[in-house]
Design a protein around this ligand. Sequence first.
Ligand SMILES: C[S@@+](CC[C@H](N)C(=O)[O-])C[C@H]1O[C@@H](n2cnc3c(N)ncnc32)[C@H](O)[C@@H]1O
Length: 281
Amino acid sequence: MNIISLVLKNGSQYLKNNCIKNYQLDAELILGKVLNKSREYLLINDNKVLNEDEVKSYHNLLDRRKKNEPIAYITNEKEFWKSKFYIDKNVLIPRPDSEILLEKVLMYYKNKRNVSALDIGTGSGCLIISLMKEKQNFKGTAIDISKKALKTAEYNAKIHQLDHRIKFYKTSVDNFFKGKYDLIISNPPYINSLKLKYLDEDVHKFEPTQALEGGLDGFKIFRKILRKSSLLLKKGGKLVLEFGFDQKFEIIKLIKQEKYFINDIFKDYAKNDRCIICTKL
Ligand SMILES: C[S@@+](CC[C@H](N)C(=O)[O-])C[C@H]1O[C@@H](n2cnc3c(N)ncnc32)[C@H](O)[C@@H]1O
């Protein structure tokens, strides 16, 4: 009989047999997606009988997970900071380490009002939307080179009722000349092209290359951002960037060449240097 508890048990066993690490959690999240219910609902209603269509959809999604497709692409959601975001294959899945960037921005801007902020490479929009939710009187602009990513970000802004406070532009950072900003934030693509294939399979096979690849040395987009930000920032404005765990020294060198003052460097949860905050001189 297709009761929830049994379907879940079989589903998680199936994922376990196929070497999926969080097999139990993933099996629950996937069934939750099929039924459009929370994990709590599944526990409370573990005797409920599922119909054939529900079981069929469940098996289809389990098969996608078995092939290592990230759970966020299957369930179309990911939590970041204090909110849930709609996620699809056109955007990078927001990472907990990127919350450090947001946390430090909030620390630096604790008592600031009416700040205009630009997010370069917004992806799902998780950074700029979380910032706008925290700071009611900030104004946001977000750009991305990917039309599809930008659509996802706009959709998230709508879900979070922030579409009136964030302007979105589909453009590469090189071609963006609009406005002057107090604050620029970015989590750019920074993986060396040659190292892409060595990333975990779920990352390099499923996440958009455009969101990961930072050219042959990993710094291609950083250079563009640094150059453009010195034009887009107001004097005394701040640039806050996420970078790769092994990129600190090169980033410092590039930032100094573009005449910024480096305020601080922060570590991620694994104690790797991960985020830099600097001021336009
Ligand atoms: C690492 S993802 C970050 C997404 C999101 N901000 C986050 O933190 O989860 C980088 C984003 O930069 C965008 N991007 C890549 N090259 C770009 C460029 N030249 N100009 C603007 N955006 C770019 C990609 O499409 C991708 O959405």
